[in-house]
Design a protein around this ligand. Structure first.
Ligand code: ADP
Ligand code: GLC
Length: 482
């Protein structure tokens, strides 16, 4: 077995705010089949040490960015986790990033995570385990390749995965010292970004390879309308950039085995009708003749939720209904409340985060709506495919890569799995939803489309093979260079 250290701020089943946690939680299992043993380093937020029964001290720091710290090894849900126990940074109430807004010392907290990762990669753990590859996720782990470079460590390969370019790990230049970074790194070719530090840019510049979570997003990242200022860096490193589409956990998300719903499969969708009926009752909707659309999402502008607010009236007047689960931007939450109030019995809303309810929604919905302005990969359209809940998505990023649009050609040749709309605006969404309502009334064609999606290979097989191949290429390269 070869060794890879994954560095992340979230990981299912320990802590999750978004899809990053799902991906970090799925990779170790998926990679073990390819001969890679992954250990996952993440902060010891409150309660995690107990949850993972992490008792073995695997590394000790006398001081790590302002306080004592150690790494505790444990196992949870089959994942070998390494928890960075640094109470001065991570033992505080609230979410992983703040309570309710971001903690002001986040740059230091996650610099510490990255620094710890680099130390482990350089020296190995007390049990002798040392990675050949470090795989850093998002800005929180972005400094890992940079710390390795500064330490002069060249025999460990590094991969930087971008799950979302909108979060860049910005910090005032005055924090360089506290983050243990020399002034020499603070250049336009280095981690300087418009007069600030960007920990994500650091990773993009210094990692041996950059990946993102879909091929389309990889191409989009080199464009000014998606790169959010980092398109130049992306383009400059295009020979090192690739897109590997995320998979989903095919066991957790399996309508035939899901204990939270009435089970069903592509062979018989009967159970789905029962789930639909239950969902309509749960959301207080009146009889729904047209498609029942669901949304399970962060309620933010990225996710196009304002477009939903703008087009929902037409959709429900034409016979559709909407069940929404999400939380996020207070303004968008209010917009959604107003929408539900204005369309009683047609639009149902739950503000909050509820994993079990999300399963019931995929079990009972006809359509899952994902109108994101940008979407690196997106997972809910994949759950939709798996559950016969036809995805209606914006044609961007991973959404474009995972749904085959039901235009006339795709329908007649029997390959369509959902609907895409473009550009991502109200008019295109409204037009698409009219098409959805029309297609929904052609029952046999609709059922065939549902079943086609349900039979797709949506797991981690192809993607984990791609990551393994990347790790192998990079370690070969390291070996040749050292
Ligand atoms: P992002 O990470 O950008 O939020 P993804 O689609 O990659 O988007 O992942 C979101 C994950 O979080 C999915 O697993 C989705 O089901 C879940 N999720 C989002 N909002 C909620 C919610 N309110 N309740 C339950 N699960 C949610
Ligand atoms: C980010 C992206 C989302 C992606 C997830 C996992 O949260 O916004 O599109 O699916 O990371 O890679």
């Amino acid at each position: 077995m070869r060794h890879v250290l994954s560095v992340t701020s979230e990981c299912v089943p320990l802590i999750k705010t978004g899809g990053l946690a799902d991906v970090a939680g799925a990779l170790p299992g998926a990679l073990s089949g390819h001969g890679w043993h992954m250990r996952t380093l993440l902060p010891a937020y409150p309660g995690l040490i107990k949850k993972a029964e992490a008792r073995t001290v695997a590394y000790t720091f006398k001081a790590l960015m302002g306080g004592p710290a150690r790494v505790l090894a444990g196992t949870t849900g089959g994942i070998d986790v390494l928890l960075l126990d640094a109470p001065h940074l991570f033992d505080r109430p609230g979410g992983p990033y703040g309570n309710p807004t971001d903690f002001s010392d986040n740059p230091v907290r996650f610099a510490a995570l990255s620094f710890a990762a680099a130390q482990i990669a350089e020296h190995g753990l007390t049990d002798g385990w040392r990675p050949q590859v470090v795989h850093a996720h998002d800005w929180q782990a972005g400094l890992t390749p940079t710390y390795l470079k500064i330490a002069g460590v060249h025999d460990v390969a590094t991969v930087m995965t971008v799950h979302n370019i909108a979060f860049q790990g910005l910090a005032p230049a005055a924090m360089l010292g506290t983050m243990d970074l020399p002034l020499s790194e603070y250049t336009a070719e280095g981690l300087e970004y418009w007069g600030q530090i960007s920990t994500l840019k650091a990773g993009l510049v210094d990692a041996g390879a950059i990946t993102t979570v879909s091929p389309t997003y990889a191409a989009e990242l080199m464009r000014s309308d998606f790169g959010m200022g980092l398109e130049g860096v992306m383009a400059a490193r295009s020979d090192r950039l690739s897109g590997i589409l995320n998979g989903i956990d095919m066991e957790v998300w399996d309508p035939a085995q899901d204990p939270l719903i009435t089970p069903y499969s592509a062979a018989s969708l009967k159970g789905k009708s029962a789930n639909r009926k239950a969902l309509i009752a749960e959301f207080g909707l009146s009889a729904v003749n047209g498609p029942l659309a669901i949304i399970v999402s962060r309620l933010t502008a990225q996710k196009g939720m304002d477009l939903v607010a703008a087009t929902a009236a037409q959709f429900v007047e034409a016979g559709g209904a909407l069940a929404i689960l999400g939380s996020g931007d207070p303004q968008i939450e209010d917009q959604m409340r107003l929408l539900a109030r204005n369309h009683p019995g047609k639009v149902g809303l739950r503000i909050g985060y509820d994993e079990a309810l999300s399963h019931r929604m995929f079990g009972g919905g006809d359509v899952v709506l994902v109108p994101s302005r940008f979407e690196p990969c997106g997972l809910t359209q994949l759950y939709g495919l798996r559950y016969g809940t036809v995805p209606v998505v914006a044609a961007t990023g991973g959404l474009a890569d995972s749904v085959i649009h039901a235009n006339v050609m795709a329908r007649s040749s029997g390959v369509a799995t959902g609907f895409q709309f473009h550009p991502v605006d109200e008019m295109a969404l409204a037009h698409c939803l009219r098409d959805v309502i029309a297609q929904f009334s052609h029952k046999s064609g609709w059922t065939r489309m549902q079943k086609r999606g349900m039979k797709q290979a949506l797991g981690w097989e192809a993607s984990s093979a791609a990551y393994a191949a990347l790790y192998e290429n990079l370690t070969d390269e390291c070996r040749r260079a050292t």
